[in-house]
Design a protein around this ligand. Structure first.
Ligand SMILES: Nc1nc2c(ncn2[C@@H]2O[C@H](COP(=O)(O)OP(=O)(O)OP(=O)(O)O)[C@@H](O)[C@H]2O)c(=O)[nH]1
Ligand SMILES: [Mg+2]
Ligand SMILES: [Zn+2]
Length: 314
């Protein structure tokens, strides 16, 4: 029988596909698709797929629908570094509707540079809604914190203030998650697990891979899952989210992922302007004029330097 469904789990080449009424079929890929999977993951959690479903709850993935967003990373194939090194695209999650980046108002103090890194990854992925969650608001002055994040609201990034401890903003967060496929990540210790437990008891324990930017885990083979929420919707739980980073962004494309910088780039005198020392730089003019926030510009410059270094040694 032909069915449409959502890939909710992936493990060692098998895909668990949930169809409309909630039945899950354990599927493998049709051979033709497996050939295409050499260069990139043809199916991943979040993919909408067509399957042939059998009575024993197994199935075969016949086709994968076009994705509207994708978080992926390029994996350099072992032993092929250097010129023309073939890369394989590992898809961490397809079709996420939104990404929520969690920081603490204090303990640990929020790093705007780290936040800007997350936003770059989000912009590159094509995920339309990038949301900032500021937890532990009970530990900081509310007005001061709101002032610090106001520039992000101007850029179109919603900010939700929460306290898992005092249950502030938990309903607003729950509303955001309802019915969507969400990526939920942030640095260690900001209260991600506590927040998820406030949304739904036990959820923080069920979802383990929500810490961003850890160095470990690149080669872990642990499975990837969409964890179903009681309010409807899913949270992505995949080791890939722990290694979310911007190393797949090329230095020259970085400016495109800063919403407020991108529109000025075409007005720079030089086409390959780095927006640092070059004369006639429209981006730096906009910083001086106050149309680009200094802290965002500082993040851009610092990330650009990091990327240039990373590309120079690889
Ligand atoms: N004051 C205060 N403390 C909080 C709040 N949320 C979490 N905490 C505390 O912050 C610490 C870290 O919380 P976790 O929920 O484990 O943080 P996490 O982001 O999941 O951390 P990792 O799993 O290491 O990535 C714990 O001691 C929590 O009790 C909050 O809203 N206010
Ligand atoms: Mg945690
Ligand atoms: Zn410039």
């Amino acid at each position: 029988m032909d069915r449409q469904g959502l890939v909710v789990k992936e493990q060692s080449g098998f895909f668990w596909v949930e169809v409309d009424e909630g039945t899950i079929y354990m599927c493998r890929l049709r051979g033709k698709l497996r050939e295409d999977a050499q260069a990139s993951d043809i199916a991943a959690i979040g993919d909408r797929v067509q399957i042939t479903a059998f009575e024993d709850l197994t199935g075969v993935v016949e086709a994968v629908e076009e994705r509207h967003s994708v978080i992926s990373r390029a994996l350099r194939t072992e032993g092929s570094r250097g010129a023309g090194s073939p890369e394989r695209e590992h898809v961490i999650i397809a079709n996420a509707d939104q990404a929520l980046f969690v920081f603490a108002a204090a303990q640990p103090p929020p790093s705007l540079k780290l936040l800007d890194r997350f936003l770059v990854v989000g912009e590159k992925s094509g995920i339309s809604d990038l949301i900032i969650v500021i937890n532990k608001i009970d530990l900081a002055d509310r007005a001061e914190t709101e002032e610090r994040f106001a520039p992000y609201i101007t850029l179109g990034y919603p900010v939700i203030y929460t306290s898992a401890l005092e249950r502030i903003g938990v309903d607003a967060l729950t509303d955001r998650l309802r019915g969507k496929i969400s990526v939920f990540t942030g640095p260690s210790g900001v209260g991600k697990s506590s927040l998820l437990n406030a949304v739904e008891p036990g959820l923080g324990r069920a979802v383990k891979s929500v810490s961003g930017f850890s160095e470990e885990g690149v080669h872990t083979t642990r499975d990837s899952e969409l964890v179903k929420l009681a309010v409807g919707g899913y949270l992505a739980d995949t080791p890939g989210i722990r290694t979310l980073n911007i190393w797949d962004v090329e230095p020259e494309e970085l400016d495109a992922y800063f919403r407020e910088i991108a529109p000025y780039v075409r007005e720079c005198r030089f086409r390959d302007c780095h927006h640092r020392q070059e004369p006639g730089c429209a981006v730096r003019r906009a910083v001086v004029a106050g149309s680009i926030h200094r802290s965002r510009y500082r993040s851009y410059v610092s990330l650009r330097e990091e990327l240039e270094e990373a590309y120079a040694i690889s």
